[in-house]
Every structure is written in structure tokens, then in C-alpha cells.
Design a protein around this ligand. Structure first.
Ligand code: NAD
Length: 292
């Protein structure tokens, strides 16, 4: 007789945290969305990823994401050994956004997590802004969250299991010049998610918002932004920008990293956070301590 079971059950603690689960992540071609997708893949989570890529409306003061960017995310995710579907969708269009949720159910048979991360900004003073521009930005950042949240909550509340995290912004706590539609949408998103948290509460589904401060992503690192921050130098570099902004946060950082945002998201998706719902969590090197 053998001393040990020859075919022992796998020890649960050695399995990745989210093995066998399925997440939808929007805006996953690059930046924060990519960091969240890769962090989830490392935890064994299958993924449905969405991004608008080059169909992002014109007027953003930074380059649009490309198909190569999206492929880089897919490669990084697949290297972790999980299943992944990548779809080109505009979350501002309800029928396209709903496809992401349907694909999770159809292809993986479940939906555990929704990370509503997609967002964009077109800047300018309120007095100069065309109503169409205001509407475009609100539709992407606010309707874009509603359009995935609504079908996802329906699935999650029916099965009595699920977690939603939306990516808001620290600017919703204090406003920001020349970013009116973005600030309005991100503020609205916080109210939308609190309401969703209440409506989903009885089913055990949680809904929370992460509020990044400034993060090192393509949205933040355009030449135009560098020039605004360092007006006295022609063609300032990324290093010039970082030096000029080193006191931008109380912790003395110009930016936090996309991985810092992903860590907060993973915590809110974890079993440890099961009774945290309707919350906003700043990840901003203490910036929000100035405002809240
Ligand atoms: P990013 O531009 O690098 O990435 C955003 C991604 O979302 C892009 O790939 C873009 O193509 C996609 N996207 C935009 N609109 C979309 C739409 N309608 N449908 C589908 N995909 C769409 O920006 P990021 O910094 O990674 O931003 C991610 C989220 O974090 C956004 O919601 C942004 O508002 C928020 N945020 C960023 C910062 C920052 O400092 N970078 C700060 C606060 C909040």
C-alpha cells in the first residue's frame, strides 16, 4: 500500500486566483486596459477584449490605438495560457457593446467580471466647444459604461455571481480646465455605478469604480501634452515632462503605472472584496487626499 494518494486532488492554493473565470475588458488594446487584461490572464482568467482602435473619434490630443497594439495585448495574454477573444467594438454603440457580453457567455459559458475601462478625451474650453464634441465624449465615457454594464448586470444578477469595476478618473473629484465633457462623464459614471451597486446588491454582485490619478499611458504621453507642461522648451522629451511634473502628486510622482491600476482592480474582483460595493477607490499617489 502506498503512503500517499497516487492521484491527489490539486491543492487549491496552487491554482491561479481566477482560474476558470471569464472577464470582459473594454479599451484593452493598450494602456490601463492592457495592464488589466494581462494581470487577469496571469490569474488564469479567460478574456473577451474589446477596443475601438482607429475608429476613435477625431480630435483626441494623442494617437489612436492600432491593430498592432491590440495584437500585443492578445499575445501577452495568450502567453499566460488563457483563452482570449479580441473584438473591434465601439462601446458608445449599445448593440456593439452588447456583443462583448454575449461572446463571453457563448464562447466561455459564463461571465464573472466586467471591467469597463474604455475612455477618451477631446479637450477645449466650454465656450469654444461644439455640442457634438461634448456629446461624443460623454457617449464614449458614460454611455460606453452603461452599454456594457446593463447587459452584464442582467447576466450576473440572474446567476447571482459577478463583479463590475469601471475606470473613472480622479478629475471627477475636482474638475479640470478644458476637459468639461470628460469630467462630466466621469462624474456621471460614479453615480451610475453607485446606483448599479444598489440594484445588484441582493444578488451578491458588486459594482465599484477605480479613480486613477495621472497614469503613464498613451493617453497622457502625447507630444502636445509635453509641450503644454514645458512651454519654455521646444520639443520637450518625456524626461522633461517627468521633471516638470515631479510634484504633480503628493507622493512626488508625475504618473503612477497602469499596473498599479490593475492591482486595485484585481483586489476589487477578489473574494476578499465581496462586501465592498458602490465604492470609489483612488489610485493616485495621495492626490485625492487633496480633494475628498
Ligand atoms: P488609452 O488611450 O491609452 O487607452 C484607452 C483605450 O480605450 C484605447 O485603446 C482606445 O482605443 C479605447 N477606446 C476609447 N474609446 C473607445 C470606445 N468608444 N469603444 C471601445 N474602445 C475605446 O488610455 P488609458 O490611459 O489607458 O485610459 C484607460 C481608462 O483610464 C480610460 O477610461 C481613461 O479615461 C481612464 N483614466 C486614465 C488616466 C490616465 O492618466 N491615463 C487617468 C484617469 C482615468
Amino acid at each position: 500500500m502506498l503512503d500517499a494518494d497516487p492521484d491527489p486532488a490539486p491543492c487549491p492554493s496552487t491554482l491561479p486566483r481566477f482560474s476558470g473565470r471569464c472577464a470582459v475588458v473594454t479599451g484593452a488594446a493598450r494602456g490601463i486596459g492592457r495592464a488589466i487584461a494581462v494581470a487577469l490572464a496571469r490569474e488564469g482568467c479567460d478574456l473577451v477584449l474589446g477596443d475601438i482602435l482607429a475608429d476613435l473619434p477625431d480630435g483626441t490630443p494623442y494617437p489612436k490605438a492600432t491593430a498592432d497594439d491590440f495584437q500585443t495585448t492578445v499575445n501577452a495574454v495568450q502567453a499566460e495560457g488563457v483563452r482570449c477573444i479580441a473584438l473591434k467594438v465601439d462601446v458608445a454603440r449599445a448593440e456593439e457593446a452588447a456583443i462583448l457580453i454575449r461572446r463571453a457567455e457563448d464562447s466561455f459559458g459564463r461571465l464573472d467580471f466586467l471591467i469597463a475601462n474604455a475612455g477618451m478625451s477631446i479637450e477645449g474650453p466650454i465656450t469654444e466647444m461644439r455640442p457634438e464634441t461634448f456629446e461624443t465624449v460623454v457617449r464614449a465615457n458614460l454611455n460606453g459604461v452603461f452599454n456594457v454594464l446593463s447587459p452584464a448586470l442582467k447576466v450576473m444578477t440572474e446567476v447571482g455571481r459577478g463583479r463590475v469595476v469601471a475606470i473613472g478618473s480622479g478629475v471627477s473629484k475636482h474638475g479640470e480646465k478644458e476637459a468639461a465633457p470628460y469630467v462630466a462623464a466621469k462624474s456621471g459614471l460614479a453615480g451610475l455605478c453607485k446606483t448599479a451597486a444598489l440594484e445588484a446588491a441582493k444578488s451578491g454582485v458588486t459594482v465599484n469604480v477605480v479613480l486613477p490619478g495621472p497614469v503613464d499611458t498613451p493617453m497622457m504621453s502625447s507630444q502636445e501634452r509635453f509641450q503644454q507642461a514645458v512651454p519654455d522648451k521646444s520639443n520637450p522629451t518625456r524626461e522633461d515632462y517627468l521633471e516638470a511634473n515631479k510634484d504633480a502628486t503628493p507622493m512626488g510622482l508625475a504618473w503612477v503605472t497602469p499596473e498599479d491600476i490593475a492591482s486595485a482592480v484585481l483586489f476589487l474582483l477578489s473574494d476578499e472584496a465581496r462586501f465592498i460595493s458602490g465604492e470609489t477607490l483612488g489610485v493616485d499617489a495621495a492626490d485625492s487626499a487633496n480633494w475628498s
